[in-house]
Ligand binder design. Structure first.
Ligand code: AHG
Ligand code: MN
Ligand code: MN
Length: 350
């Protein structure tokens, strides 16, 4: 464990290898003695919210939380009961935190402005995809929660839309929780990506994957292949190159697509690979949401030695012009994302 901990962080030998999320956050906080702990509190609370959501998810099928809610959200998508439930849990758990000025969510049309805390500057805004992979819920397939934390731009008082409409490189933390064969929280505050697995026996997240990095192999190619005919030419060429070409790097690459972006991303982070949801005839701007899905995962990708592009620019440089903006995305190992960009450039030059 000692070798895997980042420089400057105590090694937790006293815990004999049992480092909980709580102790990890406390240790990180101790590196900033001037900090008042508000930011650490947000991370802790996200951990708590995810525990509540995972408890609900684990009982799906036993209690009446499967199926559709009967409402269409701002994305034009039918909401599942668990989408709403996860959203409520997140709001109930986070809204009383000092220093949080507002919350934006894939499930809410407008941002939720929280009442200003008189003694604070309410420094942060939070952005969520409360439940990613909703279409998989009823089939008991892995799903997740994605979050992003930004420092607000305006000084004080009630937050403004401009506090949320910031490019991804302005994030100060991002992460996700996967509800899979185990529950895992993965996040970064800009010092590497760290993964914590829930130990159900103690009800705590325990550091299981310190300093996660994409392995330098392209084990997985992840895309919704049924859209192939609707992709543009460089995207089709890229997919063909990996799947049918003679490049030795891709001789052992397999297609893997769950349909929960966060879980596809997580698998590719562990095994190496590339995930894409490009623009197509149905989704002219791409399908995935910049602020709740693409930006946070792109930030984690960069922290883990990978990267993400829209095809024309790095995802982290896209300046949002609206809250629920969608973008095309290709994300994962640097080599594959750069290969995609090369196909795009070559196409433009031809
Ligand atoms: P959400 O459940 O938050 O609406 O997101 C679903 C997204 C993403 O997670 C997934 O990769 C993608 O939609 C799947 O889309 P297709 O069904 O078109 O492949
Ligand atoms: Mn989603
Ligand atoms: Mn969602």
């Amino acid at each position: 464990m000692k070798d895997q901990c980042q420089e400057g962080v105590r090694t937790f030998d006293e815990y004999e290898g049992f480092i909980t999320l709580e102790s990890f956050i406390a240790n990180q906080q101790s590196l900033h003695p001037q900090s008042r702990g508000f930011f650490a509190d947000i991370l802790r609370r996200i951990g708590v919210a995810s525990k509540i959501i995972q408890a609900k998810v684990r009982r799906a099928g036993l209690v009446d939380i499967l199926g559709k809610q009967g409402q269409i959200n701002v994305q034009g998508e039918e909401q599942m009961k668990l989408d709403i439930l996860a959203q409520e849990v997140i709001m109930n758990t986070l809204q009383w935190l000092p220093a949080v000025a507002g919350v934006a969510s894939e499930e809410e049309e407008d941002v939720i402005r929280l009442p200003p805390h008189p003694d604070e500057n309410d420094t942060y805004v939070l952005l969520f995809d409360p439940l990613d992979g909703s279409s998989n819920i009823d089939a008991n397939v892995s799903i997740g929660t994605i979050f992003s934390i930004m420092r607000r731009r305006t000084d004080s008082g009630t937050c403004a839309m401009s506090d949320f409409l910031q490019p991804g490189h302005q994030q100060i933390a991002a992460g996700y929780v996967v509800y899979g064969s185990s529950t895992m929280m993965v996040y970064s505050t800009g010092n590497g990506v760290h993964g914590f697995t829930m130990d159900p026996a103690v009800g705590e997240y325990v550091l299981s994957h310190p300093n996660m990095r994409f392995p330098d192999t392209c084990t997985c190619f992840s895309a919704n292949d049924s859209n192939y005919a609707d992709w543009d030419e460089p995207t089709r060429k890229f997919a063909d190159h990996i799947r049918f070409g003679s490049d030795p790097r891709y001789q052992n690459t397999s297609s893997r697509y769950i349909g929960s972006m966060v879980v596809d991303f997580h698998r590719n982070l562990l095994y190496g690979g590339v995930y894409l949801y490009p623009a197509d005839h149905k989704n002219k701007q791409g399908k995935l949401r910049l602020l709740y899905e693409c930006s946070p995962l792109a930030w984690l990708a960069e922290q883990a030695g990978g990267t993400a592009t829209t095809g024309s620019q790095p995802v982290l440089e896209v300046v949002p012009h609206e809250l629920h903006q969608r973008v095309p995305i290709v994300i994962g190992n640097k080599q594959e994302v750069e290969l995609y960009e090369r196909f795009v450039r070559e196409h433009e030059g031809s």
